[in-house]
Design a protein around this ligand. Structure first.
Ligand code: NAD
Length: 492
């Protein structure tokens, strides 16, 4: 499959005003499985970003702006079809950039990347607007109704953990609502966004509607976008501290902002749970994609009467995770995204040990005796025995790790789960119906699951509270962010 990686050994270009362009500055795109260079990436400079923004602005009133909603939606369906027509290329590119398993790329990342365009193309046709009949003193009354208009030029800044899936989760509703976009994928994962630009070109997306700029954050494409006066809105998924930096950068332009940020998600396991289901669900919620999903659980709270049994069961399951070559279909977990990220994850492991953690399993770097030893692998890791103020219990690690602590009462479990600066997701495992509702509703998060994890209906509101985000995505919530309702008041 890696032989089929598109542009292997070549240069990934920016896509600006309908043209693929590269400049002087190239940076290496590294495969985290063995540290090899896949290809080089053209970093967009300030001039390139400026051309992209101007093209996007012009496109708002050009062919795209004149299209009917149904014409635009047909084009978005064509984008989905074209991604599927090049499915294997997208899978190979995503796997090479991230090292994620074939299972994950083939069954989750790329299918959702295509599906996002279909979902929002269909949903936008049922987006509603408000209408009020307003009484007036002269008795004639007035009719107020709102029409949805696009926000304008939207910068879409995406992270590396689910590269195509999360980029398109923002792009698709932005385009469905009639906006034009400049996409900036993570510098770690530039490949599938480049293929998407090719797809946009192939299906005849009008010039300037979709632009792609590669690069980094500060003093690079990211910052050039967030400070550009021609950008009306920034939609961002990534770390909370990056969100703060973007908020500051976008303040002068008073840009509309939508943020999906970090998490430190808790799972609560009551002794009345279905034990097997809770173990299965917790293995998935901790280790899926190497723990590099914002919704992954990093803190588990288990009722004391089943604590030892639960820790022992999770240890067995963690040790059975097959870490290895992503191309091997039996592989469950690949490396983390980069050596830099591995160093960060390992530094958290070291600080946990220094603070007195018990290492239930893992805690280091696996050894393979082959080229994978040059990669960025981390052992699936479980810690116990730390106080609630330990660094690894408070801060987001974003790796294959959890800390498990016991609790005695429901009140205590709720307090421990909510004792976080983050508030993205929580999972509750219980067979008691009243407790399920009671505890789920007390979770200070955007998404609370009961007896499941990562089950998503894409129409539902998605986002975080506290440091985990601003605003909601999903279904009409996404469409509402990308729309500017204009009220029309007609005197009757
Ligand atoms: P990151 O914040 O380092 O980078 C994300 C993107 O922002 C990249 O494209 C990067 O180049 C860009 N960027 C960085 N600094 C910037 C700046 N100053 N101005 C403009 N752009 C800038 O995040 P990451 O490491 O790529 O992703 C991991 C993080 O994302 C984790 O914290 C994870 O929880 C979070 N995440 C959240 C969600 C969610 O839905 N809440 C989903 C996935 C990931």
């Amino acid at each position: 499959m890696y032989e089929k990686v598109p542009h292997a050994g070549g240069v990934l270009k920016n896509y600006v005003a309908g043209e693929f362009i590269a400049g002087e500055n190239l940076f290496a795109n590294i495969n985290p499985v063995d540290g090899s260079v896949i290809n080089r990436v053209a970093e967009a400079d300030g001039v390139t970003v400026d051309v992209a923004v101007k093209a996007a602005r012009q496109a708002l009133t050009g062919e795209w702006g004149r299209m009917t909603q149904s014409e635009r939606c047909k084009l978005l369906h064509k984008v989905a079809d074209a991604i599927e027509a090049r499915f294997d290329e997208f899978v190979a590119a995503e796997m090479a950039d991230t090292g994620k398993s074939f299972f994950q790329a083939r069954n989750i990342d790329i299918p959702r990347g295509a599906a996002n365009f279909r979902i929002f193309a269909d949903l936008v046709t049922s987006q509603s607007s408000e209408c009020f009949q307003t009484p007036t003193d002269d008795g004639r009354g007035a009719l107020n109704y709102a029409v949805n208009k696009p926000l304008g030029v939207v910068a879409v800044i995406a992270p590396w953990n689910l590269p195509l899936l999360l980029l398109t989760w923002k792009l698709a509703p932005a385009l469905a609502a009639g906006n034009t976009v400049i996409a900036k994928p993570s510098e770690e994962t530039p490949a599938t966004a480049t293929l998407l630009a090719e797809v946009m070109h192939e299906v005849g997306m009008p010039t300037g509607v979709f632009n792609l700029v590669h690069g980094f954050g500060p003093n690079s494409a990211g910052e050039f976008l967030t400070t550009h006066p021609g950008v009306d809105a920034v939609t961002f998924t990534g770390e909370s501290k990056t969100g703060s930096a973007i908020m500051r950068a976008a303040a002068d332009g008073v840009k509309a902002l939508s943020f999906e940020l970090g998490g430190k998600n808790a799972g609560i396991i009551f002794d009345d749970c279905d034990f097997e289901e809770a173990v299965n669900g917790s293995v998935r919620s901790v280790f899926t994609n190497g723990g590099q999903v914002c919704l992954c659980t990093e803190r588990l709270y288990v009722q004391r009467s089943i604590f030892d049994r639960f820790v022992a069961a999770l240890k067995i399951r963690a040790e059975a995770i097959n870490i290895g070559w992503p191309l091997d279909e039996s592989t469950d977990m690949g490396p983390v995204i980069s050596h830099k990220h591995r160093d960060k994850v390992i530094s958290y492991f070291e600080s946990a040990k220094a603070e007195g953690a018990t290492v239930v399993t893992g805690g280091g770097i696996p050894e393979f005796g082959d080229d994978r030893d040059k990669g960025a692998f981390v052992q699936p890791t479980i810690f116990t025995g730390l106080p609630e103020d330990a660094r690894i219990v408070k801060e987001e690690v974003f790796g294959p790790v959890c800390h498990i602590a016991p609790f005695d009462t429901e009140e205590e479990a709720v307090a421990m789960a909510n004792n976080s600066n983050y508030g993205l997701a929580a999972t509750v495992w219980t067979t008691n119906l009243q407790r399920a509702h009671r505890v789920a509703q007390q979770m200070e998060v955007g998404v609370a699951w009961v007896n499941t994890w990562y089950l998503r209906d894409l129409r539902t509101p998605f986002g975080g509270v506290k440091l985990s985000g601003v605003g909601r995505e999903g279904g009409v919530h996404s469409l509402n962010f990308y729309s500017e309702p204009t009220n029309i008041c007609i005197k009757l």
